[in-house]
Design a protein around this ligand. Structure first.
Ligand code: FES
Length: 163
């Protein structure tokens, strides 16, 4: 497996999603970030088409939307896999071997560092603290948290999600 394309132009579907979501926020001031969050939760990321449409619907320059989307790490500008694997590299997890955890997972999935597998199954992300340092080292797969992991346990966990 290898990484997929970094940017995607989006589709008409993305424009339709933005239009649907924008109707919920019509007339609300300061709704740009919630709008971006909602669109991302529907599409999985913020495509260029989606961001341009958000700018139109919000009545702000496209550059402002791109600026917000690139400033906050919560926003993604590329498609993500069906499962998102977050490997914590906060201080506690780093000390407890987060690098070895990352290496085990990337070897298992066949990607180098962060990125999305070519089959679109997994996206691997390095994150700061996941908020449960006493369980270090910690990973999250989708909404599930796993702690006190060995590299081999981490490898088996992601392997199970792929089955
Ligand atoms: S440093 Fe990893 S959960 Fe806090």
């Amino acid at each position: 497996m290898e990484r997929v394309a970094v940017r995607d132009e989006g589709t008409d579907d993305h424009v339709e999603v933005v239009d649907e979501v924008a109707r919920e926020y019509a007339g609300r001031r300061g709704a740009l970030i919630p709008l971006l969050q909602k669109v991302q939760s529907r599409i999985g990321y913020l495509s260029i088409d989606a961001m341009e449409r958000i700018a139109e619907r919000a009545g702000v320059p496209a550059a402002q939307v791109f600026g917000v989307a690139t400033f906050y790490s919560q926003f993604r500008l590329a498609p993500v896999g069906r499962h998102i694997v977050k490997v914590c590299h906060g201080t506690a997890c780093h000390v407890q071997g987060a690098l070895a955890i990352t290496e085990a997972i990337t070897n298992e999935l066949g990607v180098e560092g962060e990125g999305t597998t070519a089959d679109g199954e997994f996206t691997i992300e390095s994150v700061a603290c996941l908020g449960c340092c006493s369980l270090a080292p910690v990973i999250m797969v989708d909404e599930d948290t796993f702690g006190r992991l060995t590299p081999d346990e981490a490898r088996k966990i992601v392997k199970n999600y792929g089955d």
